[in-house]
Design a protein around this ligand. Structure first.
Ligand code: PEP
Ligand code: MN
Length: 334
């Protein structure tokens, strides 16, 4: 349920209302926009007397929200949320390119890739240190050492770093990671989401392989319910019957999510297609569709990559994609 307040509501009146709602056992989400303040009611609202709420002097309108996701709902927060990743802003017109290898492999590899993607316009460096692999015999990542190499690359380039967490037990290792990624396979690891809701770091939440947008938003709700509102959503392709591509990029997720939620939405064309040759066209299409950013895998020697080589761009290919992305951004941002 939301209550839209009248323009001249004072802070004192607002805090009186919040107190009253909290006394009814509800959580309250306040969104102060340019033109209006919206009070979102979270919890069991069946006991709220709508007519009484509506009759309050400061209340303009009251509406029930039918969707199960509340805090992430655009009805709760009409303005775009801008996520701040150590000074790099995403959302609300701020477009960001995240680039780097699937996994961190050596200090030379990550520092070389970091310097090149920075030169091409990436503003965040990605690199997996903990790799959730389908086979237990595949490379699982360099773990703590990998995070250390990312930190070194961050020191050298100034690029904030993004890395995937696969268990809350590793959280202490992520102190210097600027944006914590929850991978597709963990999108519904509710314990992990709950814990990440309690921390103060931005979270990059990737859509599960076979999850609906509603489920993605419910997972974001888990994080936000804990108080962490800094969430970026990522569409990375879903499972369909098609086999030429690794997954099927659901591009309509961008405008659909923009309608449903205030959170920024980015596209990962690398995992969506599994093929380096398809990354460029899908990156451009995603930019044209209004994505708030892209996450692209880049490797200095894709043929030798320990993970996801076939979908990784060379630094030169990435530079070329970025040029066209910038041209499309200029048109989209108009
Ligand atoms: C990744 O970004 O390296 C990754 C494993 O992605 P996803 O969880 O989307 O498969
Ligand atoms: Mn990968």
């Amino acid at each position: 349920m939301i209550a839209v307040l009248k323009k001249d509501t004072s802070e004192k009146q607002l805090s009186g209302l919040i107190e009253w709602l909290k006394m009814m056992g509800l959580d309250v989400h306040i969104s102060k926009g340019k033109y209006q303040t919206i009070v979102g009611l979270i919890g069991d609202t069946s006991r709220v007397d709508i007519e009484l709420l509506q009759s309050l002097e400061i209340v303009d309108t009251v509406k029930r929200i039918s969707e199960p996701f509340k805090s992430v709902n655009r009805k709760f927060h009409p303005d775009d949320t801008i996520v701040d990743v150590s000074g790099v802003k995403i959302g609300g017109g701020n477009f960001v390119a995240i680039a780097g290898p699937c996994s961190v492999e050596s200090p030379e590899q990550i520092s070389e890739v970091a310097a090149s993607v920075k030169a091409s316009g990436a503003s965040l460096l990605r690199g997996g240190a903990f790799k959730p692999r389908t086979s237990p015999y595949d490379f699982q990542g360099l773990k703590a050492e990998g995070i250390e190499m990312l930190r070194e690359a961050k020191k050298a380039t100034g690029l904030p770093i993004v890395s995937e967490i696969i268990s809350i037990n590793y959280l202490p290792l992520f102190e210097d990671v600027d944006l914590i990624q929850v991978g597709a396979r963990n999108m519904q690891n509710f314990e992990l989401l709950r814990e990440l809701g309690r921390i103060k770091k931005p979270i990059l939440l990737k859509r599960g392989l076979a999850n609906t947008l509603k489920e993605l938003l419910m997972s974001a709700e888990y994080i936000m319910a804990g108080g962490n509102e800094q969430i970026i959503l990522c569409e990375r392709g879903i499972r369909t019957f098609e086999t030429y591509t690794r997954n099927t990029l659901d591009l309509s997720a961008v405008p659909m999510l923009h309608e449903l939620t205030h959170l920024p939405v980015i596209i990962d064309p690398s995992h969506a297609t599994g093929k380096a040759s398809l990354v460029r066209p899908m990156a451009l299409a995603a930019t044209a569709a209004g994505a708030d950013g892209l996450m692209i895998e880049v490797h200095n020697n894709p043929q030798k990559a320990l993970c996801d080589g076939p979908q990784s761009l060379t630094p030169e290919q990435f530079a070329d994609v970025m040029k066209s992305v910038c041209a499309i951004r200029a048109v989209v941002a108009g």
